[in-house]
Design a protein around this ligand. Structure first.
Ligand code: UDP
Ligand code: MG
Length: 307
């Protein structure tokens, strides 16, 4: 029988985790595979780690890794993939927003040998603040225009993959890990399953609007260099405009004898140009900062306890 590893990154999930574990265990007879659980404690401040210990004392299919601090979900996924030993690996959230009911179908698709990855996407964003949905949509449409990685709107990290794909993802050892981009970048034959949004069973979302915004910027910087081109384009446009202005001023002075006035327009131009310069420096800075962090070659996570 094949083995399926279920990787679950958890940050303060003491309430949802037992429910998650029970729901998946109850489905065991519908799943034609042996199960293995890989729980990751991403520096939780609540009893998540104790819950891991209690569950794993009773069930030897459970393995866990506890980080020394919060390294983020992306690091959790990486650690989980490293720890997983199954022929198939699936990533799931602890809050049951990734419906386990899809598991049998996903396994069947991989077993058929036709696909290497079965990915899921939400078709709606029910129960989410409208402003958040709006920015999320915008993010995906921009991202797909400027990046070669195929990043699908509503795609979840809930994906089941064969060992081959898991190893491909592990081979990307970059520090700035934007999973949605990494999954798209590695390619392989992929099937999409769609489902309707489910609200989390317990606890609260760990993503504030600000955290999501930073995440979006990280994603763009990690998987596209288009903003750098944008910076050059801005520069070019400003040069052209300046050139035109110079001609206009020269002509006005020579032909009409116009005294070169216009102090207010000068202020506007200085403000605009220096603003654009700062913006472009900021864009450059983003890439430099990422390159700086990558060259440090720091570990993606640090382990405090594992089993
Ligand atoms: N998570 C994590 N580290 C973090 C934030 C979140 O491991 O820093 C986990 C969290 O425990 C959950 C999953 O990532 O299992 C998704 O988080 P959440 O449900 O808060 O996000 P949402 O579904 O609201 O996008
Ligand atoms: Mg969630």
């Amino acid at each position: 029988m094949k083995k399926l590893s279920i990787v679950v990154p958890c940050y303060n999930e003491e309430e949802s985790l037992p429910i998650f574990y029970k729901t998946v265990c109850d489905m065991q007879d519908q799943l034609p595979v042996e199960l293995e659980f890989v729980f990751i404690d991403d520096g939780s401040k609540d009893r998540t780690l104790e819950v891991f210990r209690e569950l794993s004392a009773k069930d030897e299919r459970i393995h866990y890794v506890s980080f020394s601090r919060n390294f983020g979900k992306e690091a959790g996924i990486y650690a989980g993939l490293q720890k997983a030993t199954g022929d198939y690996v699936v990533m799931m959230d602890a809050d049951l927003q990734d419906p386990p009911a899809l598991l049998p179908q996903m396994i069947a698709d991989l077993e058929s040998g036709e696909y290497e990855v079965v990915a899921t996407r939400r078709v709606d964003r029910k129960g989410e603040p409208p402003i958040r949905s709006f920015f999320a949509r915008k993010f995906y449409s921009i991202m797909n225009k400027i990046s070669s990685a195929d990043i699908v709107d509503g795609a979840r990290d809930y994906q089941m993959m064969t060992r081959k794909v898991a190893d491909a993802i592990l081979s990307m050892g970059e520090y700035n890990r934007f999973s949605k981009g990494i999954f798209g970048w590695v390619g392989f034959k992929r099937k999409w399953i769609e489902f309707e949004n489910v609200e989390r069973v317990a606890g609260e979302t760990k993503w504030s609007f600000w955290k999501l915004f930073i995440y979006a910027i990280d994603g763009i910087v990690a998987f596209s260099t288009a903003p750098l081109i944008l910076a050059s384009v801005f520069g070019l446009i400003m040069c052209l405009v300046a050139f035109l202005f110079i001609i206009v001023i020269i002509v006005k002075t020579l032909v009409y004898g116009d005294p070169t006035g216009g102090w207010p327009s000068m202020v506007c131009i200085i403000l605009l140009v220096s603003g654009i310069q700062l913006l472009c420096m900021g864009i450059l800075g983003q890439y430099m900062a990422k390159a700086y962090l990558e060259t440090k070659d720091r570990p993606i996570y640090l382990v405090q306890e594992e089993k």
